[in-house]
Design a protein around this ligand. Structure first.
Ligand code: HEC
Length: 153
């Protein structure tokens, strides 16, 4: 009885993963591009408030933007990267195939993106403009690191 139950649970777990991977390549590409576009829009808002000063610093708006960036970073974006979605196999994407040949590098960059985005969220909630500006730069470095390595020009 108990053994049967465990097997059923294992089968259920095994089936749950491919269900996510079944998202079409087109949908993976569109969803990740939209997510990054959305993150970039929010990065732009923080830049205007904390770096350029083109907008008077508004703690609530900066915190809302930082929350959105952290949400993207923590959303499990890796599910949107299948091998078939790289630019040697798929259309309308700038993802380079080396993304799948350098998993340690991808992992390192992805982990730092999440860490720095979470820190930005914390600093934004704290309301210290100079600290937000410093942390904004750190998040920007992680965006750039990934683009320099894995995004085609
Ligand atoms: C883990 C790697 C990674 C991280 C981290 C990352 N990006 Fe990207 N980004 C990519 C890849 C890969 C593409 C190309 C996606 C495609 O074309 O399928 C991309 C595309 C984009 C695009 C173009 C989207 C479009 O409409 O085609 C923008 C804008 C962007 N990223 C901004 C950002 C910003 C801002 C950050 C940081 C807050 C960021 N990215 C973090 C890998 C990353």
């Amino acid at each position: 009885m108990k053994k049967g139950f465990v097997s059923a649970a294992l089968i259920a777990a095994a089936l749950a993963t491919p269900a996510v991977a079944q998202m079409s390549v087109e949908d993976q590409i569109e969803t990740r591009q939209s997510a990054y576009q959305f993150a970039a829009w929010n990065m732009g808002k923080i830049k205007a408030h904390a770096i350029d000063g083109s907008v008077a610093y508004d703690e609530k708006q900066v915190a809302a933007a930082a929350n959105a960036i952290a949400a993207v970073a923590n959303s499990g974006m890796s599910a949107l990267y299948s091998r078939d979605s790289a630019n040697d196999r798929a259309e309308n994407t700038r993802l380079k195939p080396n993304f799948f040949e350098e998993p340690m590098k991808v992992q390192e960059i992805a982990v730092s993106f999440v860490r720095e985005a979470n820190k930005l969220q914390e600093e934004a909630a704290g309301g210290d403009k100079a600290a937000v500006a410093r942390q904004f730069a750190k998040v920007g470095e992680t965006c750039k690191a990934c683009h320099d390595n894995f995004r085609a020009k």
